[in-house]
Structure formats: structure tokens, C-alpha cells
Design a binder for this molecule. Structure first.
Ligand code: IPE
Ligand code: IPE
Ligand code: MG
Length: 240
């Protein structure tokens, strides 16, 4: 088996289990979301320590609008608060904030603070932190198909038939490499409409902890396991 000591370039995380973590201690679900912010800080610190260049965090799915209004409102407020509190730290540490998903549908205040933080950090190059907000993988693929049809109708399609490269250029993730690793906490064994196209050859890690319990050590353990996996991309072991 080929041993690699490669540091993953891009880690994606489904931050799951806030509500159950809170309930376990007799608290409201929102208590779990509040405490999830510290786990986000841990994930960012862990990536910085290891030299990971892209970190994508699934913060709010296109299906999460179906939750009780109070919880949705709380999450949108928490986003504003976290961006306000964390932007100085992002600037200090050379972190560029990006997003994927249809952010135009976010409440105005959340949308505005996100845009401001993206603008303020746009020149940073150490780590790109990508928040998936109002993100759904199926919608992303459908809007890419629609954008290509639109280009075709307007005579702007550079070539036909389209290939992987052209299709990817219409995804929210056009500017980013595909994730090398996907981590999901809370032991749910599903991807919940996250990065359906981009996870084609990512290595998956399912952790038996709730998101507020996540520390950088969990990230390091996953990276170590990643380094011992053999990524074959359809080939045989002998061909690598
Ligand atoms: C993840 O935790 C946070 C979001 C989806 C916004 P959950 O809120 O899904 O917590 P559980 O999975 O219900 O415990
Ligand atoms: C996925 O978690 C979305 C986020 C972490 C933002 P969910 O809690 O919404 O996923 P399901 O509903 O359990 O599949
Ligand atoms: Mg959940």
C-alpha cells in the first residue's frame, strides 16, 4: 500500500448534532447552536495548524428553512453575531471568507454582514473558509444546467457538448478544488444534499460525537486516517 503523508487541501464538514447535544443536557436546541461556534473555531485553528488551504462548513441547508421559525431566526441571528465577532480574527490570521448557496434568500442583515466580511477578507490567502448557506446540492446542479442552457440560447456557450470543466464552472464551487475529505459529526450516515457533485472522490469520516464536542484533535485524527487511505480513483492498487 502506498503511504502518503499528504495534507488534505480541502476539508468539508457537515456540522451536525447541535440540537441533540443540547437536549442531552436538558437545554433548548438553540443552546447547541450557540456552543457549535466554539467547535467552528477549533476546526479553523486545526486547519491553520496543519496547513489545510480550504475549509467548507455546512451551516444551513436549503431544507433547514423547514425548521420551526424560531430556530431559523436564531440561526440567522447567530450568523450575524458570529461574523461580527470573528471577522477581526479572520483578518488577523489571513483567512478569506467565502460562501456557497443562494445567499440572496438570507434575511437582509445576515446577507449584508456576510457580504461585508467577504469583502473585508477578500485579499487573504492563508486559508479559505467557505460557508455553505441556504445550500442544496441538487439545486446547485439544476441551476448550473439552467445557466448552461441560458448561455446556449444567448449564443455564449463556448463549446458543445459540455464537459466536466465547463459544468463545474457553473457550480458555486467553481473557484475551489473538490474536497479531499468529508467529515460528519453525530453519526448520521448520509450527506443530506451536501456537495453532491464535488464529493465524487472524497474520503468520508463519520464521527460519533455531536458538533459542539468537536475539537481540533478530532480533525487531526481524521487527517491521520486520511493519510493511511489509498485513493485509487478507479485504478488498481498496483497501478498507483
Ligand atoms: C446542526 O445541528 C446545525 C444545523 C443543521 C443548522 P442540528 O440542528 O441538525 O442538530 P440535530 O441533528 O437536530 O441534533
Ligand atoms: C445537514 O444537517 C445540514 C447542516 C449541517 C447545516 P441536517 O440536520 O439538516 O440533516 P438531516 O436533516 O439530519 O439529514
Ligand atoms: Mg441535524
Amino acid at each position: 500500500m502506498s503511504q502518503s503523508i499528504q495534507i488534505p487541501n480541502h476539508i468539508a464538514i457537515i456540522m451536525d448534532g447541535n440540537g441533540r447535544w443540547a437536549k442531552k443536557q436538558g437545554q433548548d436546541r438553540t443552546f447547541g447552536h450557540q456552543n457549535g461556534v466554539e467547535a467552528v473555531r477549533e476546526a479553523i485553528k486545526g486547519c491553520r495548524e496543519k496547513g489545510v488551504k480550504f475549509l467548507t462548513l455546512y451551516a444551513f441547508s436549503s431544507e433547514n428553512w423547514n425548521r420551526p421559525k424560531d430556530e431559523v431566526d436564531f440561526l440567522m441571528g447567530l450568523l450575524v453575531e458570529a461574523i461580527k465577532n470573528e471577522t477581526p480574527e479572520l483578518l488577523k490570521n489571513g483567512i478569506k471568507l467565502e460562501s456557497i448557496g443562494d445567499i440572496s434568500q438570507l434575511p437582509n442583515e445576515s446577507y449584508k454582514s456576510l457580504l461585508e466580511a467577504k469583502e473585508a477578507t477578500a485579499h487573504n490567502t492563508e486559508l479559505t473558509l467557505i460557508l455553505a448557506l441556504n445550500y442544496g446540492g441538487q439545486n446547485e446542479i439544476i441551476q448550473a444546467a439552467n445557466a448552461l442552457i441560458e448561455d446556449s440560447k444567448n449564443g455564449n456557450l463556448p463549446y458543445f457538448p459540455i464537459d466536466n470543466k465547463l459544468f463545474e464552472s457553473k457550480l458555486y464551487t467553481a473557484a475551489f478544488p473538490n474536497p479531499d475529505m468529508l467529515i460528519r459529526t453525530s453519526m448520521e450516515l448520509r450527506i443530506s444534499n451536501f456537495l453532491l457533485f464535488q464529493l465524487a472522490y472524497s474520503e468520508f469520516f463519520f464521527l460519533d460525537i455531536f458538533w459542539p464536542e468537536f475539537t481540533r484533535q478530532h480533525l487531526f485524527d481524521c487527517i491521520e486516517k486520511f493519510q493511511n487511505r489509498e485513493r485509487r480513483y478507479g485504478k488498481t492498487s498496483e497501478q498507483l
